[in-house]
Design a protein around this ligand. Structure first.
Ligand code: ARG
Length: 286
């Protein structure tokens, strides 16, 4: 692909949650150290820059009320997975986050979504990413293989299961970013993704290489900087400012990296994409 590839911004609708109650009071991933102090006001300020960047790019951002005692609720990507007005709810691996399940389901129901209560452990868009008309699904740390089968049934789509092997990259959205989903039939082959090869087992690396030969393969240093935890509208890619190599790769492919520092939220093991849930409302109007 050449530098002149014309990218087109696609309108997005997102769900976010202000980190009013953010802190690190427990540890369920290697980034979380409860002994390290957190600065909630700083988390809110950094989060606000992401919110403002989405709005400035013309996107629509809905908000869910933060609940006291649920410090991880800011990571709305884990709150569900939505396609065509149907919201598949989350069922968290760790009891610390179980209290988030009902508030997210209630939010979807109150905003015109048909809700599906899951029977299997899954952490929403943290582990499910839509590409073309298929769902890339992560497992290994959080969402189970059974949830991959459940999500395939709920949405009637092909699910491509990928296994994560590095505990620092415990959700699919920490190791793989969809830059242009080309949603719809036949889109998978034309979609662009970026990923961190070393975060996946050999079988999954083989699947990714075969199905996405043009993918951006990101260097370990950029993965370590949480660079893959990026949100893209097909033109702008909202990305960690420390993922320098990835930013250069994005430029080369005609994307426009928008660097945003969410360092405080990284203390909870989350970044830009974690704080962002895409709302695909289909023909419905939430
Ligand atoms: N502390 C949260 C957890 O461990 C972070 C979630 C990050 N979310 C994401 N989509 N990767 O569950």
């Amino acid at each position: 692909m050449s530098t002149s590839t014309a990218r087109v911004r696609q309108h997005r609708t997102y769900l976010m949650c202000r980190p009013d109650h953010f802190t690190v009071s427990y540890s369920i991933n290697p980034w979380m150290e409860p002994a390290t102090p957190t600065d909630t006001a700083k988390a809110v300020r950094q989060w606000q820059t992401l919110y403002d960047a989405y709005v400035a790019a013309g996107h629509e951002v809905h908000l869910i009320d933060p609940v006291p005692g649920l410090p991880d609720m800011v990571y709305t990507a884990n709150g569900g997975f939505t396609i065509d007005g149907v919201a598949y709810g989350p069922r968290f691996r760790f009891p610390e986050r179980a209290g988030e399940e009902q508030p997210f389901l209630d939010w979807f129901a109150a905003h015109g979504f048909e809700t599906v209560v899951p029977t299997q452990t899954n952490e929403g868009e943290g582990d499910f990413l839509l590409v073309g008309d298929a769902i890339l699904a992560g497992t290994g740390f959080r969402s189970t293989g059974d949830s991959h089968r459940e999500v395939a049934e709920v949405f009637g789509r092909e699910v491509v299961s990928l296994t994560l092997v590095d505990p620092r990259f415990y959700h699919l959205d920490t190791a793989l970013a969809v830059l242009d989903p080309v949603e719809g039939p036949g889109g998978v082959e034309r979609a662009t993704i970026a990923y961190l090869p070393g975060a996946f087992d050999a079988r999954s690396q083989g699947i990714l290489a075969e199905r996405f030969p043009d993918a951006i393969r990101v260097a370990d240093a950029d993965g370590d900087a949480f660079g893959l935890n990026a949100a893209s509208d097909g033109l702008d890619v909202f990305v960690s400012p420390r993922a320098h190599g990835f930013a250069a790769q994005l430029h080369e492919r005609g994307y426009h990296p928008v660097p945003l520092d969410l360092s405080e939220l990284l203390l909870g093991g989350g970044g830009i994409k974690c704080c962002t849930l895409e709302l695909r409302i289909g023909r419905q109007n939430p």
